[in-house]
Design a protein around this ligand. Sequence first.
Ligand code: ADP
Ligand code: MG
Length: 978
Amino acid sequence: MAATAEPPAECNIKVICRVRPLNAIEEKAGSKFILKFPTEDSISIGGKVFVFDKVYKPTVTQEYVYNIAAKPIVADVLSGYNGTIFAYGQTSSGKTHTMEGVIGEPTKHGIIPRIVNDIFNYIYGMDENLEFHIKVSYFEIYLDKIRDLLDITKTNLPVHEDQNRVPYVKGATERFVSSPEEVMEVIEEGKSNRHVSVTNMNEHSSRSHSVFLINVKQENEETQKKLSGKLYLVDLAGSEKVSKTGAEGMVLDEAKNINKSLSALGNVISALADGNKSHVPYRDSKLTRILQESLGGNARTTMIICCSPASYNESETKSTLMFGQRAKTIKNVVTVNEELTAEEWKRRYEKEKEKNAKLRGMLAKMDAELQKWRSGQTVSQDEQIDLKAETDAATPGAAGDKTQVITQVAGAGAGTSISDIERGQWEEERLKLYQQLDDKDEEINNQSQLIEKLKEQMLEQEDLISASRRDYDSLQAEMNRIQGDNESAKDEVKEVLQALEELAMNYDQKSQEVDNKNKENESLSEELSSKLSTLNSVQNELDSLKDSTLHQRKRVTEMMASLLKDLGDIGGIVGGNAAESKPDVVASEKIEEEFTVARLYLSKMKSEVKTLVSRCQQLEVFQTDNNKRLEVTEKDLSDCRLLIQQHEAKITSLQESMKDTEVKKRELEESLDALNEECAKLKAQEQVQVATLSQQAKETSDELKNVRDVRAALETQMENHREQHHKQLTALRDEISEKHSMIEQLKDTNQKLALAQEKLQADYDKLKQEESEKSARLAELSLQMDRREQAKQDLKGLEETVAKELQTLHNLRKLFVQDLQNRVKKSVNKKEEEEDEETGGSAAQKQKIVFLENNLDQLTKVHKQLVRDNADLRCELPKLEKRLRATMERVKSLETALKEAKEGAMRDRKRYQHEVDRIKEAVRQKNLARRGHAAQIAKPIRAGQHPGAPGTGIRGGGGGMSQNGPVTESKAHSTLIN
Ligand code: ADP
Ligand code: MG
């Protein structure tokens, strides 16, 4: 059992602000340094000033920070006080830098290594009678679970309370250490363990709180005085909103728990700062439970709030400063933790007993005095008991030790009033309660395990969903591909069909060609047959000629023989060569004739073409003339139109004026009527007056006269009036008639103009028609001209061929003549004149025969060629037919394939739809199930848990984030994801 030896003292939490320099990234991004340091202990941001116990500028050294923020705590801890240093701030604001620094680089050592060193140094310089036991623990709190960093198998340690109701982490590994090096080794071990089983160290370290606990126990071997001090060194999780860095890949519960411990810390601090000590929600998270003593309890606490000076982090820095401001108002009550020995207890008991006896004596004295007073006696001033002196005598200790006395009295009272049985019961009760607490912890553990399992299941389900989604996507893609294939197949079919059509057309053409060729062939055959017949006849003729020649030869020989016989003596040789050129001349004449005929034709054609061209030109000229005329007429027409429009406007204006006149006339008539009426009235009046006057006349003739005068004047006036009216009326009527006549005139002119316009329109139409006719004719003529041109070209070609033919004929003739001459010469040289003559005749015939034979050859060649062509075409025909059939078949097969593919796609689609529906249904079911489950998980975290605790968010005034906010948000998010 522990008791307090020294009086408890109240002290505020010390809050120190440390600003780190702008880092490279912030400098590169052009972030500004937005913090100002008005004094040593104040900092201003955006004009708002925050005052702390100390403010460190970015330039300060680690050593300086340590000396002011942490060094005093060493002495405290070694004097039996509890101490806590924790670093608060957003991620990368310098918490770890401040707490740990760079281990291995002495100048960059943070608070932990320095404090460890100092503790040992301090101990080394203390009284030799003191014996110290130092043990350290190292754990982290991640997702509200305590993980032992010195034994990775302990992943969810519970928090219990010791006999003094001080919470502690139950089962945390404790290492006894005896040198700073050992402590550093332990830290290294813990840090290396922290890295194990963590995939993203940065993320993890910014989301977890790491707690290094140094427990110092000392015993004075001489006095047996035992003191103990606990020092918590806490590097908190990043204070930024989780959404800022993004809780990527984090499940809902994790995000919730990440916020949980820090927001619980904020709530605790708010509750303490508001002085609402009746209920401080320490139990909301493990972190706040462990730090219960440090916040508003028995500990000297220093909070180092770390800030980034960059404008980018302005809002976070502000909320950090606000947090520090709030924490500054928290008051702790510190006492020394002293464990009393039996001797000490005894001594104290004796002391108390003595005091008791003295007090009893005093009470007796006072009782006596009271008796005296009651019995009516007076007690003199000297006799009266000096209560103060007596009390002082009774309690010889310091006046400030009152609490201790009270404690002791209470303790003594308790000691006497509590029986052993009761104590036993209470002990039992306490054990039972602890058992329950353990059970609850176990339950919590089980629950969290269940949650873990469920989370895993959820992840699996999500995987499943995503897999099915992927499947669906791939199926969709395949379907799309098939559809694309389908489309392309359709296109192909279309192309094939087109090709088929082309082929069919080609086939038609070919067959037509074949027909043509056949026809040509026939005609050629006919020609051939005619030629053959002519040949036959020629042959016949030849035969007959041969016969006759033979006959003649015979006769000649006979005659020659007879002549030789007869003229043997005379022996005169007579030569003639007249016949040889005869046939040649005849042939050439014939050809010449034909040639001239052809030329004639040609010239005729040429002249015709020329006339056509000239006609064409004429027509063109005519057309341009017409166009010009047309334009002129159009212009006239538009002029006329303008005129008509003008006239129409005039007419309308005239009509308007007429209307005006009408109105005037009406008015005048009305005024006339009115005047007439007046006149009538006046007349009646006059009559009345006359009547009265006649009555009065008798009375006064003078008066009568007067009246008469008046009457005459009136009448003249009336007359004047009437005349005037009449005049006006006549003038108006005249005007009206004039206007009428004018209108008539205008109407006439209008009509005339309209007629003229019509006529012009008709002319225009006619001209247009004419023009179109002309253009049509022109087109026709140009077509004809084209045709003429074509014919001309053809003619030229024909001419050329004819010329060529003529040339060949000429050549042939020349050859023929030459040959003939040669032969004649030969025959002259070799044989006699008679014989010569014979051979000349037969040579011409031979020549002719050769010519005819050549002709025949050529014709047969042509015939053969045609026959071959025909055969080729015939051969090609079945091939083409086959191809056609094949194409038809391919088309058919493609069509069936298309149909099949369509059907398949339809089926696939149905199947996929079905599958998708099924998956959707399953997902929906799962969602439903999970939502139900999530509600269960979300239940323990309620914003309304601490009503009356304003600014429950850890960021307080800086747009406090209620606990509920992120939960509902994340829930919505999770539903979205699903
Ligand atoms: P936290 O632990 O708050 O996330 P760190 O302590 O890891 O932030 O600091 C982030 C970076 O900023 C580290 O590289 C650290 O060295 C640097 N840093 C922090 N504070 C200071 C400072 N006061 N002076 C120089 N560098 C600092
Ligand atoms: Mg850190």
